[in-house]
Ligand binder design. Structure first.
Ligand code: NAD
Ligand code: UD1
Length: 311
């Protein structure tokens, strides 16, 4: 099968591309390489048609999606602070880019679009754990852009017969997540500091919790979403359904690493969600997806990978 992965040179996208190549798909990647890297696709470079361009450019999306049966739409400006600094620009990519993918899919006769949404759409108000029908209360342009895009994705199913699935990823971690920005995923930052022998800073008291899910599981959720029968605008959490506090996270990493400096503590980050945990029943019932990787095992594998690439 020929498939498109937008954002396929990024952290999650590149793992998905590898899995699709491994199962024998012909993969086109559309990525503007703004945060993605060619190096992320090094293992499959020969087998992937990497088209450098923006999802905000409809013509580029039309070219990339031609002949594709399924589109996995992962491309986004995934930084909450960037969406606060430049909402017009990020809206054009995160929302406008999604509409372009939907319309290009319709024009090209693509059968299914799978959209990378986010747990950010829930904000901080829904009672925990959060199910997909909980009230949404986005707290940032990023979350608003994902939510608006998600509504389009959902409605394109009944309106146009496009098969669509929106996957609300919780906190994804794994190899190739870039630790360089202060707004990078916390796991990537903690691992980076531990390998450098430096103390990370925990924002707040460290008792805030997240539902961490390994990137390999997120890939499996995407593959399930691509094959499930008649998804009809399905919206689905992708998580383990478990809460881990940042203090627990750091203690586990320190233990796996055979020791680490004590973490520093700083002020809580403005706009942070305090607790996050998903109900994962719909993923199990509708997609047959259950996250397999225990957080500790995923962290151990990540540390091994980070050690092997350090230096
Ligand atoms: P990432 O930044 O590594 O990947 C995003 C990719 O999209 C990059 O390769 C980037 O170059 C590309 N991109 C950005 N703007 C583009 C544009 N205009 N046109 C084409 N390509 C563009 O981030 P990630 O963590 O791999 O995120 C992948 C998707 O998952 C995003 O949609 C993100 O919002 C979503 N998501 C991630 C998490 C997480 O915990 N990492 C959680 C929820 C949702
Ligand atoms: C993450 C995703 C976001 C996604 C959301 C869904 C990243 C970068 N962001 O947001 O795209 O929509 O999950 O659930 O993956 N922290 C520290 N020290 C640090 C860095 C972070 O203590 O050096 C804390 C933060 O204050 C926060 C927690 O770690 O309390 C998690 O932060 P982060 O990894 O940035 O993720 P989210 O904000 O949950």
């Amino acid at each position: 099968m020929k498939v498109l992965v937008t954002g396929g040179a990024g952290f999650i996208g590149s793992h998905l591309v590898e899995a699709l190549v491994a199962r024998g798909d012909a993969v086109v990647v559309l990525d503007d390489l703004s945060t993605g890297k060619r190096a992320n696709l090094a293992a499959v470079a020969e087998k992937v048609d990497l088209q450098v361009g923006s999802v905000a450019d409809r013509a580029a999306v039309d070219r990339a999606i031609a002949g594709c049966e399924v589109a996995f739409h992962q491309a986004a400006i995934a930084s909450v602070p960037k969406t606060i600094e430049a909402p017009v620009e990020t809206n054009a990519v995160n929302f406008g880019g999604t509409l372009n993918v939907l319309e290009a899919a319709r024009a090209a006769g693509t059968r299914r679009v799978i959209f990378a949404s986010s747990a950010a759409v829930y904000g901080d108000e829904a009672p925990l754990p959060v199910a997909e029908d909980a009230p949404v209360a986005p707290l940032s342009p990023y979350a608003i852009e994902k939510l608006c895009a998600e509504h389009y994705v959902r409605v394109w199913a009944p309106l146009f017969g496009l098969e669509t699935v929106a996957l609300r990823y919780f906190n994804v971690f794994g190899p190739r997540q870039d630790p360089k920005s202060p707004y990078s995923g916390v796991v990537s930052i903690f691992v980076d500091r531990i390998l450098k022998g430096e103390a990370p800073t925990i924002f707040g008291d460290g008792e805030q919790t997240r539902d961490f899910v390994a990137v390999a599981d997120v890939v499996r959720a995407n593959l399930a979403a691509a094959t499930v029968d008649r998804p009809e605008g399905l919206v689905c959490n992708v998580a383990r359904g478990e809460a881990t506090s940042l203090n627990q996270l750091y203690a586990t990493l320190a233990d796996l690493a055979g020791g680490a400096p004590d973490a520093l503590y700083g002020p809580a980050r403005a706009g942070d969600v305090r607790h996050s945990r998903a109900v994962v029943d719909r993923a199990r019932d509708a997609l047959g997806f259950v996250a397999k990787t225990p957080v500790r095992d995923g962290l151990a594998a990540l540390l091994d990978w980070a050690r092997s690439t350090a230096g």
